[in-house]
Design a protein around this ligand. Structure first.
Ligand code: ADP
Ligand code: TRP
Length: 320
């Protein structure tokens, strides 16, 4: 089974990214062959500061390795180190109906938020399809918001195979229901565009500030509370042990337990859960050359595989 996923280096990674995608990749390392890449070509559609792109790319690499991605088991690389993906993007563009891209939620959303309608933004899903098909991936762990992009990928693979003969494996998504959408401090989907994130690399003080700012309702301390509508509890479910989660649910239901108490418990659980992460992150940050070596070695392995599939696609269309 081959697993592949990518993440854009367009800001600091947060709990939503961790539970929505990074943890899935790390856990799947035991079950299959995992490919993970940093989607810096994609990030160019929204980031126009070269120094920032370089820094964010390094930060994503460090965050991912600190989370437990093991380069001995996983092919970890920078998207732009395998330029073959651009040629495959073109070969897929040939079979991609404009209407399919016009219906993409993420594209429409970005325009609604005032982004310029560039060709790069429009063709974003075609590049993503090339990422996935270039490595014959079976499953692609991503959060719910990427599901439509996977459907477009499947459509393009099917269309290409029909027109030019069986070339690509058609992938399926992989979205564990329990962590479909991680809420942010304001209760909306956690996202760097909403300023409601809890960042993995934040200092203990910043994490405390973020957790203490989580929005709660005005139920008084002594009254019973519904855990299912409590943002603090929703995040606690992700970071605490099942027994601790049960305990908090019971305390909230019973009353006499305030949201402030719940936030303190969440902070303690978060710190315990991410203690190892912080230690590994600090060590990696002190060794950027080592991180770069890991990315280079990953790119070499990825490229060998990419060349093989690209050759098959080139032959299928008659370029070879
Ligand atoms: P952001 O919304 O912060 O810009 P991205 O769109 O870059 O995050 O998402 C990167 C990956 O993390 C994707 O696979 C996405 O589905 C996942 N992800 C992002 N935010 C969340 C969230 N709040 N809950 C679950 N998964 C998420
Ligand atoms: N579009 C994805 C996101 O914003 C990142 C991405 C690019 C990706 N190429 C991919 C994810 C291929 C999975 C597979 O999160």
């Amino acid at each position: 089974m081959r697993v592949l996923s990518g993440i854009q280096p367009s800001g600091k990674l947060h709990l939503g990214n961790y539970f929505g995608m990074m943890k899935q990749c790390v856990d799947l390392q035991k079950k299959g062959e995992v490919y993970v890449f940093i989607a810096n070509y994609h990030a160019l559609t929204t980031v126009s500061d070269p120094a920032r792109l370089r820094q964010d790319t390094m930060d994503v690499a460090i965050d991912f390795l600190a989370c437990g991605l093991d380069p001995a088991h996983t092919v970890f690389f920078r998207q732009s180190d395998v330029p073959e993906v651009q040629e495959l993007t073109w070969l897929l563009s040939i079979v991609c109906p404009v209407g399919l891209l016009e219906r993409a939620h993420s594209y429409k959303d970005k325009l609604a938020h005032g982004k310029e309608a560039t060709h790069g933004l429009f063709a974003y899903p075609v590049l993503m399809a090339a990422d996935i098909l270039l490595y014959q991936s079976d499953i692609v762990p991503v959060g719910k918001d990427q599901k439509q992009h996977l459907e477009i990928t499947r459509d393009l693979a099917i269309k290409f195979n029909l027109k030019f003969g069986e070339t690509f494996k058609v992938p399926g998504p992989y979205i564990p229901e329990a962590v479909a959408i991680v809420p942010g401090t304001d209760g909306q989907k956690m996202s760097k565009s909403y300023g409601n994130t809890i960042e993995l690399s934040a200092t203990p003080k910043q994490i405390k500030t973020a957790i203490m700012s989580i929005v709660t309702d005005s139920t008084p301390m002594e009254s019973p509370k519904d855990p299912e509508t409590c943002n603090v509890y929703k995040l606690y479910q992700l970071v605490a042990d099942p027994a601790q989660v049960e305990e908090m649910a019971a305390k909230l239901r019973a009353g006499g337990y305030g949201y402030g108490d719940a936030k303190k418990a969440l902070l303690a659980a978060f710190n315990a859960r991410f203690a190892d992460f912080r230690e590994r992150r600090a060590a990696l940050e002190a060794d950027p050359a080592g991180v770069e070596r890991i990315l280079q070695a990953g790119a070499e392995r990825a490229r060998a595989e990419a060349r093989r599939i690209l050759k098959a696609a080139r032959k299928a269309v008659g370029l070879e």
